[in-house]
Design a protein around this ligand. Structure first.
Ligand SMILES: [Fe+2]
Length: 315
C-alpha cells in the first residue's frame, strides 16, 4: 500500500505500487510489473515530471501564450467548501486570460485544461512521444499500434472539486505539483448509450453523475508529485485537490484493442438510430466481431450521405 492511501485501498496489483524514488534521470516513468493488456482497474506508477523544465511556471506561461485561446478551457470550479456533491462541470470562462488565470489560481477557484499542446508546441510533442514510447516498452497491448496520442495539461486551484466525467480514451494522469485524490468508477456502470455518445462526441459532458454510482466506487487513489494513475478506458472519474494548487499532465491514447471497442460502440449507435435492438459491448465476441466489420460499411454509408447532402448523424 502507498503511504497516505486511504485504508483498504486496493489497486490492480501490489507490484504496481511503486514507492521508491530510484528512477534513472533519463526515465520519464517507473512502471511495476509489465502488462499484457491494460486492465479495467486503475493502478499507480511513478513519474519524473516534477523536475521536468516543461512544467516550470514560466514555461507553462509560454505554452499558454502559444496555444490558441479556443483550445484552453477555463472554468469556474467548486471547492471542498462549496461542494454540492453533484460533480457537474463549472461555468466556462471564455473571456478569461489564460496567463492571468494561471497566475491567480491561488486566489480564484479555477480549473484550466490545455488541449492540443502537442500540436502547437514541439517540446510537448516530443515529451508525449517519449512518454508513450517508454510506456509501450511495458505493455504488450501497445506494441500492436498506438493511435490518437495526446496530452492534456491541468492547472487547478487548491481544494478544487473537479467534475465527474469519462474520457474517450485510456490515459495516465501524472501528478506534477500539489496533491489530490482521484475517485474512479468502473466503465460498466455507465449506460451503453452514454458511452456511445462519448465516443461519437469526445465530449466529457456526454457522461453525467448519478449518486447511485457511489456504490461502485473503486478505492480512491491519492496522487502526490511524481505519482501517476492509469485511468481505464471509458471509466468515469472525478478529482478533489488537497489544499494546494495542482499541476497534472494527462497522456491519452488508443490501442488496436481500444479502437476496436470504439468502432463497436459507434456501430451500436447507428443500430440504435434505426430502432434496432442493441446488444451491449462484450456480450458476445462473435457479435462484436461482426459489428467491427459492419463499422466500415456504416462509414461508407455516412460518407455517401454526406456527399449527397443527407443528414447522416444524429445530434
Ligand atoms: Fe479525465
Amino acid at each position: 500500500m502507498v503511504p497516505g492511501e486511504p485504508a483498504g485501498c486496493r489497486l490492480l496489483d501490489a507490484s504496481h505500487d511503486i514507492n521508491t524514488n530510484n528512477m534513472s534521470a533519463d526515465n520519464l516513468i517507473q512502471f511495476g510489473k509489465d502488462l499484457k493488456a491494460f486492465p479495467d482497474l486503475p493502478f499507480k506508477m511513478r513519474n519524473s515530471l516534477p523536475s521536468h523544465p516543461l512544467f516550470e511556471p514560466e514555461r507553462i506561461k509560454k505554452l499558454l501564450r502559444t496555444v490558441p485561446r479556443r483550445h484552453i478551457e477555463i472554468r469556474m470550479v467548486q471547492t471542498r467548501d462549496t461542494n454540492d456533491q453533484k460533480y457537474a462541470r463549472g461555468q466556462k470562462l471564455d473571456d478569461a486570460d489564460p496567463v492571468e488565470a494561471f497566475e491567480r489560481l491561488e486566489e480564484v477557484p479555477t480549473w484550466m485544461l490545455v488541449h492540443e499542446s502537442w500540436i502547437h508546441d514541439r517540446d510537448y510533442n516530443d515529451l508525449v512521444k517519449a512518454y508513450v514510447a517508454e510506456l509501450a516498452g511495458h505493455c504488450e497491448e501497445m506494441q500492436g499500434g498506438i493511435y490518437d496520442i495526446g496530452c492534456w495539461l491541468f492547472l487547478s486551484s487548491k481544494s478544487s472539486v473537479v467534475h465527474f466525467h469519462s474520457d474517450p480514451d485510456q490515459s495516465f494522469l501524472n501528478q506534477v505539483k500539489g496533491s489530490k485524490t482521484v475517485y474512479t468508477y468502473p466503465a460498466r456502470i455507465l449506460p451503453e448509450s452514454a458511452v456511445e455518445n462519448l465516443v461519437r462526441s469526445s465530449d466529457q459532458g456526454a457522461v453525467s453523475y448519478v449518486p447511485e454510482y457511489e456504490k461502485s466506487l473503486n478505492p480512491p487513489v491519492v496522487l502526490k508529485p511524481g505519482d501517476s494513475v492509469f485511468l481505464p478506458l471509458y471509466g468515469p472519474h472525478r478529482v478533489i485537490n488537497d489544499d494546494v494548487p495542482c499541476i497534472s499532465w494527462n497522456v491519452g491514447f488508443n490501442t488496436r484493442k481500444s479502437l476496436r471497442r470504439k468502432k463497436i460502440h459507434l456501430v451500436n449507435l447507428e443500430l440504435r438510430k434505426f430502432g434496432l435492438p442493441v446488444s451491449s459491448y462484450d456480450r458476445s465476441h462473435t457479435v462484436d466481431t461482426l459489428k467491427h466489420f459492419a463499422y466500415f460499411g456504416f462509414r461508407v454509408k455516412n460518407k455517401l450521405q454526406r456527399l449527397m447532402g443527407i443528414g447522416a448523424t444524429a445530434k
